[in-house]
Design a protein around this ligand. Structure first.
Ligand SMILES: [Zn+2]
Length: 253
């Protein structure tokens, strides 16, 4: 599989070869351009496994999926989403942001109390997060883990990178904290969607065994759409199960 390590070795060997063969300068530039494109692709595609292993789907031998909510907890929508999930008896995983946990520890506790799984989604979710040093990223992961533990008593293992972006520094921070990276294979794009009906139709078309769906519990459209999404999934004969069950991994240490 194409990884950061083996593609870097390959590029070094290629550059040495073209140097030895005395090729013109543009051959070097072309190789570096392709390499740069691969690095960017590896960063933005969490399912590429380029920098770090990420679980993006579960077993597909049963008609089961898992749903996840990123960026909360946010009182305005997380509370309402919890009501829907409880009414429908549907389990979910919430990848929470540390600063939001700090602001709403009781709501964080409620997520776990209601039987849902909780995971780490960094402390700041800063727009510049991917430019942070490995040690700053590690501190964010550890601080969030501590906040989750203080609110819920759970030592979390699941981490979802902010924006789904990975790079060598984040790979190092993940390794040092011993966390398991969880991606997705159905991105709802609920943060940019305008039309609830179009979004619902698009999502239900993609539902397939083993899928992990990415939602955000910070969006009004997600809150409104959730009951219809659950009904649509059930109509297809698909069950929504806890993510740890779908991927066969322990959510807590
Ligand atoms: Zn996020």
């Amino acid at each position: 599989m194409l990884s950061f390590k083996n593609s870097s070795i390959l590029v070094i060997l290629l550059l040495i070869t073209v140097l030895v063969l005395d090729q013109s300068w543009w051959v070097h530039v072309a190789i570096l351009m392709v390499y740069l494109s691969v690095l960017v692709w590896g960063s933005i595609r969490i399912d590429s496994q380029f920098y770090t292993r990420a679980i993006c789907n579960g077993k597909d031998d049963k008609p089961q999926i898992a749903i996840s909510f990123d960026d909360g907890p946010l009182p305005q929508y997380t509370s309402s989403i919890l009501v829907t999930l409880a009414r429908e008896k549907v389990p979910a995983c919430f990848f929470c942001i540390g600063k939001n946990i700090k602001a709403s520890p009781e709501l964080t506790k409620e997520i776990v109390k209601q039987g849902h799984i909780i995971g780490n989604h960094s402390f700041s979710h800063d727009a510049m997060f991917d430019l942070y040093s490995a040690s700053s990223m590690q501190s964010e992961l550890e601080e969030t883990n501590e906040l989750i533990f203080n609110a819920t008593g759970k030592s979390v293992r699941f981490f979802r990178p902010p924006y789904g972006v990975t790079n060598p520094n984040l790979a190092s921070a993940i390794k040092k904290t011993g966390m398991t990276t969880i991606g997705w294979n159905i991105r709802s794009l609920d943060t940019v969607a305008k039309d609830e009906n179009i979004l619902l139709e698009k999502l239900l078309k993609q539902v397939r065994p083993g899928a992990i769906v990415l939602f955000h519990d910070t969006m009004a459209i997600t809150d409104r759409l959730l009951p219809r999404f659950i009904a649509g999934v059930r109509e297809k004969g698909v069950e929504i199960v806890p993510i740890d069950q779908l991927i066969n991994e322990n959510a807590y240490a």
